[in-house]
Design a protein around this ligand. Structure first.
Ligand code: OOB
Length: 551
């Protein structure tokens, strides 16, 4: 089968051990959801402004959608790039994929031609699901262009008014509609639990994002182990604000965890505070999840309008980027419910603070591994030796839900995984005596812009396309709202000029997602170099700090 190619399996003895311990249950995500649905068919599974779907209705639509995709010509193991805003259609399509074995590749709504073309090519995708239009962008036109200009793309599924969908594409809303009375059922075998369920995207330390193949076994483990610490139950109302294809809202425990627990998902298309507060109040949300930059806007809103609308909150999960201690303290004092910090990665390991942790731990740390079988090492980058407790070091990890390599990426695997299978996270952490991590820095060359991880190398490669640029280096610029923004340092060719606006316009023209467009440009005569002759990013960050107005 094609889905086995390009994968780096866990060693057979370990796989056997994970099975023996019940960490790998040998069940698919859809089996577990169906089990719940059978027990509570009339309970709301998805609730949003557009509609509410009970478990029975959700499953009916998911099965019908799967059947329709198969009848249209898609097959198990085909890849579909999914670029949908948060909404009920995402949930129906996801379950349809999980049942049929069509493999979703989780793109972000912000992605543009630059990213989507790469994802389609790398995953050899036969299908792409996107909205017709979103925030003034014509996704339909881009999807059709990609179908014409990539080798593998055949099917374009468009979300939105079916009557507005071009003829030679498929209307996603119709694919996701309830089954017609006489509509035939297509028999398909349950996917193998050890087979790939979804492809997640890595933050991408070098160049473009890598694909991370997550199996049913490992992802069920991811969901179960995180759910244990999140007090998830059939009365949970989960609100996802990040794009739902991101690991955090998808499976930590996220929408899949909520469905497996028999709760209700509220997919919200925008984390805007007014809309979020209204949705929390309307649907009685118990478990929202957000990145720190979004939580900061909620705090500001709560300090003007009060937190009465939020009285249903039980657990607020915050992660994706470092939550400043001061912000964490404000969450604890201003918002109802418990704060849970989540420090995770699409590659696997999820750390969480526990709901019964003392407040200092919840405010001052990013938690500890979700699962007893998670292995972690903190090493000194130079010596490779483990550091003493309390010393900062590079976090390495292995475990039952941390795959041993990226999909089909031997070079990236050689860089990011040790020969004995440890994932080199690139995060610098300090471990407290109780075992909690404090994320204190990063050795990977990334910029975390409000939870969106951006590879500095990708920005630099793009900058080199500009005629004026002789040398380029992208670094993180501290920012009160987003944590970090993108600053591009550039040395120009003689007699050339460059303004930030030119750079941003060019990125726009090349179809690069807007969150990657540089926020600041510093043109300099030369770039500082390290002793071995590499661009000295640390010195650049210091230079930048010195030139920024003191805040
Ligand atoms: C989550 O996943 P990714 O793959 O988008 O990003 C992972 C990276 C981590 O290696 C770390 O550098 C950073 O994002 N990060 C955090 C953090 N959570 C993630 N840095 C500091 N504090 C945190 N709490 O971002 C992700 C996946 C699952 C659950 C939560 C987050």
């Amino acid at each position: 089968m094609r889905s086995v190619e390009g994968l780096t399996p866990w060693p057979a003895e370990l796989a056997a051990l994970y099975r023996e311990k019940g960490l790998w249950e040998g069940r698919t995500l859809m089996e577990l959801i169906e089990e719940r649905a059978a027990a509570r068919p009339d309970h709301p599974a998805v609730a949003c402004d557009a509609m509410t779907l009970t478990y029975a209705q959700l499953l009916d639509r998911a099965h019908a959608c799967g059947d329709r995709m198969l009848r249209a010509g898609l097959r198990a193991d085909d890849r579909i790039v999914v670029q949908l805003p948060n909404g009920w259609q995402f949930v129906v399509l996801l379950l349809a994929c999980l049942r049929t074995g069509i493999l979703p590749v989780m793109a972000l709504p912000a992605h543009r031609e630059h990213e989507l073309r790469y994802l389609v090519d790398h995953a050899e995708a036969r299908a792409l699901a996107a909205p017709l239009h979103l925030r003034d962008f014509d996704h339909a036109a881009l999807a059709m262009k990609l179908r014409e200009t990539t080798e593998t793309l055949e099917f374009v599924l468009l979300q939105g008014d079916p009557s507005a969908v071009p003829e030679d594409t498929l209307a996603l809303d119709s694919l996701c509609a309830a089954r017609a009375r006489d509509e035939e059922h297509v028999a398909v075998p349950q996917p193998d639990p050890s087979a790939v369920a979804v492809f997640l995207l890595s933050g991408g330390t070098t160049g473009m994002p890598k694909l991370i193949a997550r199996t049913h076994d490992d992802y069920v483990c991811n969901v179960r182990e995180t759910a244990r610490h999140t007090a998830l139950g059939d009365d949970t109302v989960y609100l996802g604000t990040l794009p739902l294809g991101h690991n955090f809202p998808l499976g930590c425990p996220g929408i899949l965890g909520t469905l497996i627990a028999g709760g209700t998902i509220v997919p919200l298309a925008s984390p805007h505070p007014e809309r979020t507060f209204a949705a929390i109040e309307r649907f009685g949300v118990t478990h929202p999840a957000a990145v720190p930059a979004v939580v900061a806007t909620w705090l500001d809103h709560a300090s003007t309008v009060g937190a009465e609308q939020l009285s249903s909150l039980r657990v607020l999960q915050v992660g994706g980027a470092r939550l400043a201690d001061e912000l964490a303290a404000r969450v604890v004092s201003l918002l109802p419910g418990r704060l849970q910090q989540v420090f995770g990665m699409a590659e696997g390991l999820i750390n969480l603070t526990r709901l019964d942790d003392p407040v200092e731990i919840v405010i001052g740390t990013q938690g500890r591994p979700a699962c007893a079988a998670d292995e972690v090492r903190i090493i000194n980058e130079e010596s490779g030796q483990e550091v003493a407790v309390g010393e900062p070091g590079l976090l390495l990890t292995r475990g039952p839900y941390t795959p041993r390599g990226y999909y089909n990426a031997p070079e990236a695997n050689a860089r990011s995984f040790t020969p004995d299978g440890w994932y080199i996270s690139g995060d610098i952490v300090v471990q407290t005596p109780e075992g909690n991590f404090v994320v204190s820095g990063r050795s990977k060359d990334m910029i975390n812009r409000g939870g969106e991880n951006i590879s500095a190398e990708e920005i630099e490669n793009l900058a080199y396309r500009l005629e004026a640029v002789r040398l380029a280096a992208a670094v993180a610029m501290p920012d009160a709202q987003l944590g970090e923004r993108v600053c591009l340092f550039a040395v120009l060719h003689d007699e050339h000029v460059l303004e930030l606006e030119h750079v941003r316009n060019a990125f726009q023209e090349w179809g690069v997602a807007a969150y990657k467009h540089p926020d600041r440009l510093e043109t300099v005569d030369e770039l500082p170099l390290t002793k071995v002759g590499k661009i000295d990013k640390k010195a650049l960050r210091e230079l930048l700090l010195a030139s920024l107005p003191a805040s």
